[in-house]
Design a protein around this ligand. Structure first.
Ligand code: MG
Length: 381
């Protein structure tokens, strides 16, 4: 019988499963069986939807919003709790309701796996249903907060990282009228690097307005807004004359060949955002992009984000760490791993007016992490 490579891998996967089952129920059934069924004594998992109000109406190429409903998770075990956050994004078919639904589906796993087996627990959570990575990120962040709290060290220290190496964050300016853009740039005075959203029909007006007020380094994000490669080429060449460092997702993620075409014709680094979610996406993207924008909400949390960082590094790609509209919880989680990346765009908490948590500081555009265990946050769940 001739097997295709896929069939072979599938078959070997099945045999591995059979082997595992055999060892579980076979001669060593007592040890392995007990390990598999080990009761955690019950890790409590709670969640709450919280409305985060935006300081300004937030407009990007895709949509516009005045507030976001994010889902917060609190896990508790042995008198220690961990906090996580999901920022559901409609681009990825996520809503607060679908997020809650996924958390409910994942809850029983917290009875199967002890929190100390967080690698295995994390894998199991990522395998619950299809996608819904924001929900899974909330659980993973809460788990890693709990683990490092239990160890009595800040998360960055648990991961062996130097918090003084957190890169300066950019501050995002959403698409708006020249008057409002000018006002936003004035309010963004404390931030040394700006990220400008484009991709609607006023790109030149946006950039002209920004440049009329500031000469700060700029990064530009089109959020898949340009759909013709010739248009994208023209825009990027023009952006290069405006002191722009790189362009993020100039064209839709699905237009891979067009982005490859584009990359052969421009000097400016092209960064994948909507095109990349997890480590397995990265090798293919290396053909069309110079770097990737990792977001915990896309990667399903900290553990997969770390794998993405190592994968991208191995392929010689640049790494940016970004965010959605998020409170200090998800921003802190990303900040703790940010000493590993080149560029940081972690301003989600700065765009909202009612952050339920605190513990991060900001100095000269750099996020400051304290030395409290875990994420180092306090606040109201
Ligand atoms: Mg982006």
């Amino acid at each position: 019988m001739n097997l295709t490579r896929k069939e072979f891998l599938k078959k070997s996967g099945n045999s591995l499963l059979l082997l595992t089952a055999a060892s579980l129920f076979g001669s060593c059934s007592n040890n392995r069986g007990n390990a598999g069924k080990q009761k955690t004594g019950g890790t409590m998992v709670h969640y709450k939807i919280k409305k985060l109000n935006l300081k300004h109406t937030w407009t990007i190429a895709r949509n516009s919003a005045d507030y976001k409903n994010n889902v917060f998770v609190r896990i508790e075990k042995d008198g220690v709790f961990g906090i996580g956050e999901a920022a559901p994004n409609i681009r990825y078919n996520e809503t607060p309701e679908s997020t809650v639904d996924t958390i409910e589906k994942a809850k029983p796993l917290f009875q199967t796996y002890p929190l100390w087996h967080f690698v295995e627990l994390g894998d199991a959570i990522r395998n619950v249903g299809e996608e819904q990575t924001a929900a899974k990120a909330a659980l993973d962040i809460a788990i890693m907060d709990w683990v490092s709290k239990k160890m009595g060290v800040p998360l960055f220290q648990y991961l062996g990282l130097d918090k003084s190496k957190v890169p300066v964050t950019s501050f995002s300016i959403g698409i708006d009228t020249p008057e409002v853009v000018r006002q936003k740039i004035i309010e963004a005075e404390p931030y040394p690097i700006l990220k400008i959203k484009v991709g609607k029909d006023n790109d030149e007006e946006m950039l002209d307005t920004v440049r009329s007020v500031t000469d700060k380094p700029l990064r530009v994000d089109a959020n898949e807004g340009w759909t013709r490669k010739e248009e994208a080429l023209e825009k990027i060449k023009w952006l290069a004359t405006q002191g722009v460092e790189f362009i993020e997702q100039p064209m839709p993620a699905s237009m891979f060949e067009d982005i490859k075409w584009l990359r052969e014709r421009v000097e400016m680094p092209i960064i994948a955002d909507e095109a990349v979610k997890r480590a397995a996406d990265i090798p293919k993207l290396a053909e069309a992009y110079d770097g990737i924008n990792i977001k915990l909400m896309k990667s399903a949390g900290i553990q997969e984000a770390l794998r993405m960082i190592y994968m991208a590094r191995a392929l010689g790609m640049k790494i940016m760490l970004g965010c959605m509209i998020e409170s200090s919880v998800a921003i802190a989680a990303a900040a703790h791993i940010s000493p590993l990346v080149d560029w940081v765009d972690l301003d989600g908490n700065l765009l909202i007016s009612n952050d339920p948590f605190h513990g991060l500081s900001l100095k000269n555009g750099k996020i400051g992490l304290n030395d409290q265990p875990g994420l180092g946050l306090e606040g109201e769940f």
